[in-house]
Design a protein around this ligand. Structure first.
Ligand SMILES: C[S@@+](CC[C@H](N)C(=O)[O-])C[C@H]1O[C@@H](n2cnc3c(N)ncnc32)[C@H](O)[C@@H]1O
Length: 466
């Protein structure tokens, strides 16, 4: 890990207990299959997990998944609804990701990044607290497990302090001037990406299979209704594992873009591309942003239009988003990032990929472009296939912009963000395009990080045309 500055960081137990991870600590308790995971947690704190362990973990995850679809056994008691059963599978996937995260960091000597003077006492204090919480939550855990969780949270906090700046890396200028790039600390923040790429290079097949199952394969057998409810629950900010706030979705707009500024940057590049294409067309266009979240793309489009000297009126923006709590944040998010309200008529409405055609206003002759910004891997697999093969979609949209993470980086997320492994996702979706003609716009970054990496790119932008 030579490219990481391992200069020791001091972390107190109070820092950990007050951190954004406090919900996970407050909700900790023994859960089904925890006794089976115990030996892996013990090996992880020593950095000793090997290929047979990865294969074994993959096997138990797949067994749990198969039980979820039939709802039987002590892991999935009869009568458990599909939502809760798959919620358990996903929360189990996240708990395996925690094990991989610790194992990986220990193997890389990450303990050197924690102040040696305070390490032992901090771990002991947090482990005691964790044991108390587990008793309080009626799921007592053993000393060695409490120690595993203490190491997990201390490492996580040090990891964040090393890589996640406490300020925005990419942001909008005040006054809606259209200038939106303020980049500082870029190299430090994208170290997350480098970290994952190292993991890609090193990972043995068993570990890669396990990561694939945690992030993608877990969903085989699930029905659309359960999938969409899991998505709603996730983006409403609730952790299935703890019943407490799920860190990623609850702090989505702030944390994600600081942890992975490539996200923010690639969205700006996409908005600039759309505006450039629109300018060339010389007529107004409707842009339908499917899976709009809280409207990040709307903000970037407005900024890019300002910068290009294009009146906002040339774009009719409509965001479709299934999760109500994301829609509710649209206006405030817009104001705080763009420093102005959304242009008249720009809105995010309840809607989805499945119902995108029904949500379209009657055609007024303007070309209609669809846009997906990091949405496709969140959708139900079959729905994505149906969308891209639907003749109605082909006749309604003259172009589709699709920005998403490159699949390998999706399924390697356990290495750098176990908190997000509860999210219902399927990275096989990003390659689907049906009969559409695909133009690869860019991969970002385009320069190789390691010659042997599976892929050098982290995200990719495609344009699909009929
Ligand atoms: C990673 S967020 C991206 C949000 C936004 N596009 C952005 O760039 O910030 C993924 C979004 O996809 C949405 N999503 C999930 N399933 C969907 C579906 N079937 N149709 C449309 N959107 C969906 C989620 O609710 C979530 O808001």
């Amino acid at each position: 890990m030579t490219w990481i500055d391992l200069a020791p960081v001091r972390v107190t137990s109070k820092d950990v207990l007050d951190s954004i991870y406090r919900g996970y600590i407050a909700g900790i308790r023994r859960q089904s299959l925890d006794s089976e995971l115990r030996f892996c947690r013990q090996k992880a704190v020593a950095g000793n997990l090997g290929q047979p362990d990865f294969a074994w973990l993959c096997n138990v995850l797949l067994t749990t998944r198969s039980l979820a679809s039939v709802g039987k056994g002590y892991l999935m008691p009869r009568g458990l609804g599909a939502l809760e059963a798959y919620g358990r599978v996903k929360s189990y996937a996240m708990r395996i990701a925690q094990i991989l995260f610790v194992d990986r960091l220990v193997k890389h000597g990450f303990h050197e990044a924690v102040d040696a003077g305070s390490f032992a006492s901090t771990i002991n204090e947090i482990a005691d607290k964790i044991k108390d919480r587990a008793i309080h939550n009626r799921g007592p855990i053993e000393d060695d497990e409490a120690r595993f969780f203490a190491v997990l949270f201390v490492f996580q906090l040090v990891f964040d302090r090393k890589f996640v700046p406490d300020h925005d890396i990419v942001s909008c200028h005040r006054g809606g001037s259209g200038r939106h790039r303020v980049i500082s600390d870029w190299a430090r923040a994208i170290a997350y990406l480098k970290y994952t790429n190292t993991a890609v290079v090193d990972a043995p097949g068993e570990l890669r299979n396990l990561c694939y199952e945690i992030t993608t394969g877990w969903s085989r057998g699930i029905d659309i209704e359960t999938w969409n409810k899991l998505n709603d629950s996730y983006y409403s900010g609730k952790s299935m594992a703890t019943g407490k706030k799920n860190v990623f979705a609850a702090h989505y707009d702030v944390i994600l873009e600081r942890m992975l500024p490539q996200f923010a940057m690639s969205k700006i590049l996409l908005a600039e591309r759309i505006i450039k294409d629109l300018k060339r067309l010389c007529r107004p266009v409707r842009v339908v942003d499917i899976g709009a979240g809280s409207g990040a793309m709307a903000i970037n489009l407005l900024m890019a239009a300002h910068e290009a000297g294009l009146p906002a009126g040339r774009i009719q923006y409509l965001g479709l988003e299934p999760c109500r709590s994301m829609i509710n944040k649209f206006k405030s998010n817009f104001k705080s990032k763009a420093h102005c309200p959304p242009p008249a008529g720009w809105e995010v409405r309840p809607g989805s990929l499945e119902r995108a055609i029904d949500a379209l206003p009657p055609s007024d002759g303007r070309p209609t472009w669809a846009c997906f910004s990091y949405c496709l891997h969140h959708c139900f697999h079959k729905s994505v296939e149906l969308f891209f093969t639907s003749p109605e979609v082909q006749s309604s949209f003259s172009r589709i912009y699709a920005l998403d993470v490159v699949a390998e980086h999706g399924w390697l997320k356990p290495f750098y963000t176990w908190v997000d492994c509860e999210s219902p996702e399927n990275f096989d979706n990003v390659a689907i395009h049906g009969p559409w003609r695909v133009v690869d716009v860019w991969n970002h970054p385009s320069d190789p990080i390691a010659a042997t990496a599976v892929t050098n790119a982290w995200c990719s932008c495609r344009i699909l045309e009929p």
